[in-house]
Design a protein around this ligand. Structure first.
Ligand code: DC
Length: 359
């Protein structure tokens, strides 16, 4: 159904939204908060005076409701739009959050929301966070994470969120409220909150948001690397009989070219497609010298993609001995306009989804 979905499920206040937002930003793709869909339904029900457990009335309301994920302004991440308006911050109120958990129990509501969530993931690779994304909405999601944290940590996080808790709330009262929601979310008959068998568990109790991001990236990003063997010719050595220091940057470049060929996107092909990857920064650390006729293995690994920039790390080894290591940062340029341009999908898709371009 959708191999382009990265699902993040987990209980209330476990840090799903932060993780989804950070991950989507790092990968340069949108993210969808599916909790906002249930919150929008509760928000409308409150305005119409409809009881959260009155399934007939809630479903009748949904027949006259249009909901979609859309960007409130060009380029912004998609948010929930209900009947032509973006309720935004209104959805953070605690009565709306409680109502969302109650309407989410209703089977009629869940079958209505299923189609909306699946539609939202039709067009591109996407991060989607919720309770049942990896179990019910996208059981074949490419990556599944189940994010959790101790009840106390979650209560503290919720308290720190503006507008999420009523005045005078304490860690104990918020923890009790969260526990009540956890119980309702995990004990409902339809699509209860639970960890999918193939989901990766992330207990973020003692982790910073950045650590959670790095952990998730380490599971998603496959190492894309290539190596070459090279026997040092006399011409590469200097008066001291060792490889001249500047040649290591040439060695890095040779391994990088092999890396590009290995992903079926050689420099020549890339230039034909209208892109160039000029070097912005080069760093090399020297550990031990190489000599004439040494047999070297030079490895290049794609380690980071950030918008229009990418980084390739390189090592130069003789047997098990590391002789030099370093990296280069490259800008991706449109060679016709000379302007920075997003890293081509041939490279970024491979990096983020761990699968090569089919040649
Ligand atoms: O993630 P959140 O706190 O905004 O979610 C609000 C409620 O919506 C949550 O208590 C349970 C429900 N929900 C759900 O049942 N399934 C989802 N995929 C997302 C949220």
């Amino acid at each position: 159904m959708s191999s382009s979905v990265i699902a993040i499920d987990g209980p209330a206040a476990s840090g799903k939204s932060t993780a989804a937002k950070n991950l989507a930003k790092e990968l340069g793709i949108p993210y969808i908060n599916t909790g906002s869909l249930y919150r929008a339904i509760a928000w409308k029900a409150i305005r119409l005076g409809i009881g959260f457990s009155d399934e007939e009335a809630v479903c009748a309301m949904l027949k006259n409701t249009t909901v979609r994920y859309a960007s409130p302004e060009p380029g912004a991440n998609p948010e929930i739009e209900i009947d032509g308006t973006f309720p935004g911050e209104e959805l953070r109120k605690s009565e709306v959050a409680g109502g969302a958990s109650s309407v989410a129990v209703l089977p009629g509501v869940r079958s209505w929301t299923m189609g909306i969530q699946r539609d939202a993931a039709k067009h591109s690779m996407i991060v989607m966070e919720g309770r049942d994304i990896g179990t019910a909405v996208f059981p074949d999601a490419r990556y599944k994470f189940f994010l959790t944290a101790s009840p106390r940590v979650r209560a503290l996080r919720r308290l720190a969120q503006d507008g999420e808790t009523p005045d005078g709330a304490t860690v104990e009262s918020v923890a009790a409220q969260i526990a009540e929601r956890d119980l309702r979310d995990s004990q409902r008959a339809t699509a209860p909150l639970r960890q999918a068998e193939d989901a990766i568990l992330v207990d973020s109790s003692d982790m910073t948001a950045e650590e959670v991001l790095f952990f998730m990236l380490s599971k998603i990003r496959k190492s894309v690397s290539a190596s070459i063997e090279y026997q040092v010719p006399f011409a590469d050595t200097d008066q001291m009989g060792v490889v001249y220091y500047a040649n290591y940057l040439v060695y890095f470049e040779m391994a990088r070219a092999e890396l590009m060929r290995s992903i079926s996107f050689s420099y020549t092909q890339m230039e034909k497609t209208g892109f160039g990857l000029p070097v912005l920064e080069a760093v090399c650390r020297y550990h031990s010298p190489a000599h004439f006729e040494d047999k070297l293995v030079i490895t290049a690994t794609l380690t980071e993609i950030k918008g229009v920039r990418l980084r390739v790390d390189c090592t130069v080894k003789r047997g098990d001995t590391l002789l030099a290591e370093g990296y280069t940062w490259h800008a991706c340029l449109n060679s016709k306009t000379g302007r920075p341009s997003r890293v081509p999908g041939e490279i970024s898709d491979l990096f983020t989804m761990g699968e090569g371009k089919k040649s």
